[in-house]
Design a protein around this ligand. Structure first.
Ligand code: SF4
Length: 332
């Protein structure tokens, strides 16, 4: 059964930093700070609407949850906790910074019903972290992951692609380092430059020159294959479509269908590899893929059908349960 979240956004409040790329109000689309009664109202409504609450978590996203004032965090958690357990939701998840994780905090979160924590790692390169004013190191990410694991809480990591000072090589180091930490889930966020952020200034002054869009797609696509291939679920790739982001962005790699574009590239590369490998000469190619991936293999806006047609190959995709996700088999 598919997992889902009841997302409650807790904006920038309490975060002691201002990372170069961050404008939490724009990213979360939230201007209003939720309180305990808001949480109860959202959860009561969701409980009557959600099909399988036992596969659903109440999710506090948007800022650094464990860095918000302690009384406020307790207020939100205890309201959410009323909706966790038998016949209600599966648990609570929250996102926070690696340097805002301590044994004391984890003890408290666990007692309050928190089942998953997502850490904003963003990069595992200390120079990139410093240039983007993250205020923590890669080692602090590693330490926080170990602690979360020790408490038996599900671990999620978020990474960004194309930060100021990064290079494709540094992205690969980050992907490898995150893979080695064996998180349960990963979110991949290609950088989106928002008006009013330090990154926007750096972009306008010419100091920050992002990679081109295709490089960001290639890196994200390869990361997805690497993570998913080893059972690490990529639960997000690209910022969610939002009118706030679309209005305030001044650069970066935003596309409302970013994940679909990456999946198109994954299948295109795999199909090209198979064709080359088999010395395929015919003007028709039939590939079998997992049935749930047929549209991904066809490509976003039928991009792969078009791509191969331009190269003189009529592409046909069929479904086969035995083919793993992101793989394809040339049938004729
Ligand atoms: S730590 Fe998170 S909430 Fe705080 S400034 Fe950075 S990105 Fe924004």
């Amino acid at each position: 059964m598919k997992h889902s979240n009841i997302s409650i956004f807790v904006p920038h409040v309490g975060c002691p930093h201002k990372c170069t790329f961050c404008d939490q109000n724009t990213i979360s689309g939230a201007q209003h700070l939720p309180h305990g009664d808001d949480v109860r109202e959202i959860c009561t409504r969701a409980l009557s609407e959600v099909r399988s609450p036992e596969n659903t978590e109440i999710a506090f996203f948007g800022g650094s949850f464990t860095a918000i004032p302690h009384d406020y965090m307790t207020e939100l958690l205890s309201a959410a906790h009323e909706f966790v357990g038998e016949g209600r939701f599966r648990g609570i998840r929250c996102s926070t910074r690696p340097d805002c994780i301590t044994p004391e905090i984890l003890f408290e979160l666990k007692a309050a019903g928190v089942t998953a924590i997502e850490l904003g790692a963003q990069s595992m390169d200390d120079e990139v972290l410093a240039l983007n004013e993250r205020g923590h190191t890669a080692q602090e990410v590693i330490n926080a992951c170990e602690l979360i694991r020790a408490f038996g809480i599900e671990l999620g990591l978020q990474m960004m692609i194309g930060l100021y000072g990064s290079t494709p090589e540094k992205e690969w180091e980050t992907i490898r380092a995150i893979h080695a930490l064996r998180p349960d889930t990963v979110r991949i966020y290609p950088v989106v430059v928002l008006e009013g952020t330090k990154l926007a200034e750096l972009l306008k002054s010419g100091e920050y020159v992002p990679f081109d869009f295709d490089t960001a797609v290639d890196i994200a696509a390869s990361a997805m294959v690497m993570f998913e291939g080893d059972g690490i679920r990529v639960i997000k790739c690209g910022l969610h479509a939002s009118e706030f982001v679309e209005h305030d962005m001044v650069g970066g790699f935003y596309h409302p269908a970013f994940r679909e574009i990456c999946e198109t590239v994954i299948y295109r590369h795999n199909m090209e590899f198979e064709l080359k490998n088999c010395g395929h000469m015919s003007d028709t190619a039939v590939f079998a893929v997992s049935p749930s991936c047929i549209s991904k293999a066809v490509g976003h806006g039928r991009a792969n059908i078009e791509y191969f047609r331009e190269r003189g190959i009529a592409l046909k995709i069929t479904g086969d349960e035995s083919v793993p996700k992101y793989r394809c088999e040339l049938r004729r």
